[in-house]
Design a protein around this ligand. Structure first.
Ligand code: GAR
Length: 194
């Protein structure tokens, strides 16, 4: 069974999908959830599921110190895979070089990287955007893409309505990628074609 550490900042609905994935065929266990805010609903979801939940607020720390604390906290669980699922911080340490680290992002990368992907897609007037899971590298949402799925932008969409439709896709996509990666001998290798 592969060990995951999940990083999450917000409501944690992607985390919940990872927690709720049917036990049949699941290839991972979540060793810990780490968030950057003590009030993140994601941490409450972890606690409710009996998963260690760690809040690492930036208060009082330099950017470098916080990055080091994050790396130390993650490494203390010796995970096979780190999953950034709604984590609104950039990993600037070398963590992603030591442990395969993947990120869910609400657009069809390389379009609309960054923390306002849904609003940016709406503002650009595109007819479709989507959901991407990619490896984390030193850039902002620039790592190798593992999976992508399109989502249509509908007339009258708001950022909230569009983001919610994207998140429906993201939940299945992320669980599917994590299950399949964890079945492989080499988690750095991307997904084999089945
Ligand atoms: C998801 O849409 C995820 O792709 C996005 O935050 C949302 C988390 O939803 N992540 C980013 O934008 C990272 N740049 P959740 O809190 O309901 O799981």
């Amino acid at each position: 069974m592969r060990k995951l550490v999940v990083l999450a900042s917000g409501s944690g609905s992607l985390l919940q999908a990872l927690i709720d994935a049917p036990a049949n065929g699941v290839t991972y266990q979540i060793s810990a959830v780490i968030g950057d805010s003590p009030t993140a609903t994601a941490l409450t979801r972890a606690q409710s599921a009996g998963i260690p939940a760690i809040a690492l607020p930036k208060t009082g720390l330099s950017a470098d110190q916080w990055q080091q604390e994050l790396k130390t906290a993650v490494m203390s669980f010796a995970p096979d895979l780190v999953v950034s699922a709604g984590f609104m911080r950039i990993i600037k340490s070398d963590l992603f070089k030591l442990i395969p680290t993947i990120n869910a992002h609400p657009s069809l990368l390389p379009n609309f990287p960054g923390s306002h992907a849904v609003a940016d897609a709406l503002a650009a007037g595109v007819s479709e955007t989507g959901a991407t899971v990619h490896y984390v590298d030193a850039g902002v949402d620039t790592g190798e893409i593992i999976a992508q799925q399109a989502v249509q932008v509908l007339p009258g969409d708001t950022e909230s309505s569009l983001h919610e439709r994207i998140k429906v896709v993201e939940r299945n996509q992320l669980v599917s990628v994590v299950v399949r990666l964890c079945q492989q001998d080499d988690l750095w290798a991307g997904l084999r074609d089945d």
